[in-house]
Design a protein around this ligand. Structure first.
Ligand code: GLU
Length: 416
């Protein structure tokens, strides 16, 4: 089970930002609690004829700036607190990138690896049946997250169309291209973080020449990050997944690792050209960039001291705890915070939603250029706040987001 105090811990970042700028009390009050969290038990037929139930949630944390937006994760350790925390982070993330959205999130408490494809499809459809009145193209728009993908989004969009009696592609993003998905959504989370790192290279004290990268977590975000950094000549010296970690000082064979993962194997099974190491040693590798790309709380006060990376690029949501943040900050490790660093995913989700509403589709190059423009623009803004106020980038990103949320709270009026 994930940390039961994860939401309280996440909310301390608001206090942290409030120490540096005056934040309207209306805004703080609004962001302290989720607006609406619905919990259901989904009952599905298993292939062997038995029935099995699964806990599921959908949270609309805050819709001040627009319909709520955020992924659905399938994970055995998901809890209501985790879903609300992730939805809180989506609220901040959409404000950092100035997308016209609030924040939401959903989850099913399940290990999807234990289900057949047909069971997975029934479970995905059951989720949409249960939450059909919570979600909607102008209300709450889900997307992929940990252990969910385009195939699952396709089933969910199809189920929503069945319920409404007509297609509504804008109800969910990260869909297959054939159902109105956007080009470039698949690698968007990693690509946003990659553009950010490249844009800030000199300011971060890095050089793309001989850049060493370690990727912790080798799912969608981690795999694409390894591929993108390798494409500019970086050496990917370490990667890990839930089953193991591997290391090669001169760089791992990324093509072999990607192929093994595509075939359902673990990083250790690949002809990667390195050696197996422990997950703890992977985090402690001497590297330029460490890319946590898996789950929350991976770097906490027990291991923050061991981190030797110059820069931590947070492609996961919440991989560094507030206590670890302080330690990394004292030690001069720069953290590119999740609410900016992994915002490429939701940004291209927004592009998908825009294209669905217009019925007019963009080229891959248009998607990449527009993503780059947004990430670089907001990256510069956050960097500027951090320098002006001498605060870490995460605090700067919160200050940036809270300014936008405060303007929207004010614009809505104050009498209800
Ligand atoms: N699950 C992703 C995130 O945490 C993407 C959300 C979306 O595309 O709406 O940012």
């Amino acid at each position: 089970m994930s940390n039961p105090n994860i939401l309280q811990s996440a909310l301390t970042r608001l206090d942290d930002a409030a120490r540096h700028v005056r934040i309207d009390s209306d805004v703080l009050e609004k962001l302290k609690f989720a607006r609406e969290t619905m919990k259901v038990r989904l009952l599905i037929r298993m292939d062997d004829g038995s029935r099995k139930s699964f806990l599921a949630w959908r949270c609309r944390y805050d819709d001040t700036r627009g319909p709520t937006k955020g992924g659905i994760r399938f994970h055995p350790a998901s809890t209501a607190e985790e879903v609300e925390t992730l939805a809180f982070w989506m609220t901040i993330k959409c404000a950092v990138t100035n997308l016209p959205y609030g924040g939401g999130k959903g989850a099913i408490q399940v290990d999807p690896k234990t289900l057949s494809k047909a069971e997975l499809e029934r479970l995905s459809r059951a989720y949409v049946q249960a939450f059909a009145n919570i979600i909607g193209p102008d209300r709450d728009i889900p997307a992929p997250d940990v252990y969910t993908n385009a195939m699952i989004m396709g089933w969910m969009a199809d189920e929503y169309a069945n319920i409404r009696g007509e297609p509504h592609p804008g109800v969910i993003t990260g869909k297959p291209i054939a159902l109105g998905g956007s080009l470039g959504r698949e690698d968007a989370t990693a690509r946003g973080g990659f553009y950010l790192t490249c844009h800030l290279t000199e300011r971060l004290g890095l050089s793309t020449e001989g850049l060493r990268v370690v990727v912790q977590g080798f799912g969608n975000a981690g795999q694409h990050a390894a591929r993108l950094f390798a494409s500019i000549g970086a050496k990917i010296i370490g990667v890990s997944d839930s089953r193991g970690a591997v290391y090669a000082a001169e760089g791992l064979n990324i093509d072999a690792l990607l192929k093994t993962k595509a075939d359902g194997g673990s990083v250790n099974d690949a002809n990667h050209g390195g050696n197996a190491i422990s997950p703890a040693d992977l985090l402690a590798l001497d590297t330029d960039v460490l890319v946590p790309s898996a789950m929350e709380d991976m770097i906490d006060e027990t291991n923050a001291d061991s981190i030797k990376a110059k820069v931590v690029l947070e492609l996961a949501n919440g991989p560094v705890t507030p206590r670890a943040d302080e330690i990394l900050n004292q030690r001069g490790v720069i953290v590119l915070p999740d609410i900016l660093a992994n915002a490429g995913g939701v940004t291209v989700s927004y592009f998908e939603w825009v294209q669905n509403r217009q019925g007019y589709y963009w080229t891959l190059d248009e998607v990449h250029q527009r993503l780059k423009t947004i990430i670089e623009r907001e990256g510069d803004a956050v960097w500027g706040i951090a320098k002006d106020r001498t605060v870490p980038l995460r605090t700067a990103a919160y200050i940036h987001a809270l300014g936008r949320i405060a303007t929207a709270v004010e614009a809505h009026g104050t009498q209800n």
